[in-house]
Design a binder for this molecule. Structure first.
Ligand code: CMC
Length: 395
């Protein structure tokens, strides 16, 4: 290397340092990382509506099944008949949870929530996955499919254990959505129930850099493994500002009780400055397109199951929160009552979100691992100036 090149390199390095310094001193800081582009992805976008790998969710919800969408998100293309059949059969073969993990589900205290036991269950599965520390694309895809098949078993078994019911093994003849309902309730669902569940799974599957997906990507960026990333993501999803909102929504609807109580309940919530679960979104300020799709299924199911009163409560609350606070509902608003109309108990709602979002998380884990750089931002220090150290006897 001649002295010119050395000078050039030194200049570039110096410029880089200077640029970093200027940025730090400008303190470009956005609380909650609002609006910050924290990475690149080919998996989905929320610009111009929600689009998975180039396909708008409206079309996927109407024309695809959840399994086709899962294949699309993981493999970057819609499957043809043959690929879908293969995917389905690999999934059926993977629907096995090791005996010690199944037994462990019975040992967790009965009062532990569905999300806590699911998080522990996924962590426990890692010990039995022979590829746990392999992070090639093939190994990650294989682990993603195994988790997709195993998670519904963890959810349904744990639920039935807490209710003192015998667990129901998966039925390979059923679709993914029908199987979940079957393992939870022990009954084959109707075509409408199957479709409603399927659409909810499609809508929950992926959402670019939301908090749980970002958690999974941060964990992956340290070159950790798929199970660790997914376990962390489950923890992030549990919170009521994220996936945990769907369980809180049902509690609100039940607390309100009748449509006549709805307005007073909302006005009290406003007066007490309470957050109304199922409303607002960091990105969708004009409305969440997923909520619009699912609402139609809520109305149809409410009609079928005689739950029109709950629909009226929901409509009254929605109208008031939108007109007085400018907050439209997000996906968790209709999904809570959809699951209720499907006859599902509330502790299943956030775990069902996991049963679907595992696909989006896994796609992001794979994408992050393929083109990795450690995610390590900076913080703005707001603590004390340097202090003179006091020895113990002087404090
Ligand atoms: N109810 C009442 N006020 C609200 C709500 C709400 N649901 N959402 C936002 N606001 C108010 C908030 O109080 C704040 O008011 P002010 O400026 O007077 O303090 C203002 O709107 C901005 O709130 P923010 O928390 O800074 O906004 P954000 O972009 O961080 O909010 C959110 C996003 C989802 C955390 C928030 O809308 C929220 O808490 N919603 C309720 C929980 C929920 O439904 N979560 C599900 C999210 S979407 C799907 C999913 O991930 O599961």
């Amino acid at each position: 290397m001649n002295s010119n090149s050395v000078h050039q390199l030194a200049f570039i390095a110096g410029f880089k340092l200077l640029a970093e310094h200027v940025l730090m001193n400008n303190e470009a800081y956005y609380p909650g990382l609002e609006g910050v582009i924290a990475g690149e992805t080919e998996i989905s976008t929320v610009d111009g509506g929600l689009i998975y790998r180039g396909y708008p969710i409206e079309e996927l919800a109407e024309k695809s099944t959840f399994l086709e969408v899962a294949f699309l998100l993981l493999n970057n293309k819609l499957p043809n008949q043959e690929f879908l059949a293969d995917f389905q059969s690999i999934l059926s073969e993977s629907a096995v949870v090791p005996e010690p993990v199944l037994n462990f589900l019975t040992e967790i205290p009965l009062h532990s929530s569905g999300m806590d036991s699911l998080r522990t269950g996924i962590g426990a599965l890692a010990h039995f996955d022979s590829q746990v520390d392999e992070s090639t694309k093939d190994a990650n895809l294989a682990k993603a499919v195994r988790l997709l098949a195993q998670i519904p078993i963890l959810i349904a078994n744990r639920y039935r254990i807490t209710k003192g019911m015998k667990t129901v093994p998966p039925n390979p003849e059923l679709s993914f959505a029908a199987n979940i309902l079957y393992m939870i309730t022990g009954k084959d669902p109707s075509a409408l129930h199957e479709k409603a569940m399927d659409v909810s799974l499609i809508l929950y599957a992926e959402h670019e850099f939301n908090a749980s997906t970002f958690t999974a990507r941060v964990i992956t960026s340290t070159m950790s493994d798929m199970h660790s990333a997914i376990t962390g993501a489950v923890g992030a999803l549990k919170g009521p500002l994220h996936g945990g909102a769907n369980e809180r929504v049902l509690e609100v609807l039940q607390e309100v009780g009748t449509a006549d109580n709805a307005e007073a309940w909302v006005r009290d919530a406003f007066a007490e400055k309470r957050r109304i679960m199922g409303f607002g979104h960091r990105v969708y300020k004009e409305g969440d397109p997923r909520a619009v799709i699912l609402r139609k299924y809520c109305q149809e199911l409410a009609e079928e199951t005689g739950n029109q009163e709950m629909e009226k409560i929901a409509d009254t609350i929605e109208e008031l929160v939108r007109s007085e606070k400018g907050l439209p509902p997000n996906l968790d608003w209709p999904s809570a009552r959809l699951y209720y109309y499907l006859g599902l108990d509330v502790e299943l709602y956030t775990p069902l979100f996991v049963a679907s979002r595992i696909v989006g998380w896994a796609a992001h884990v794979i994408e992050q691992a393929e083109n990795n750089r450690l995610i390590r931002p900076r913080s703005r220090y707001t603590g004390m100036e340097k202090q003179p150290y006091k020895i113990m006897s002087d404090r």
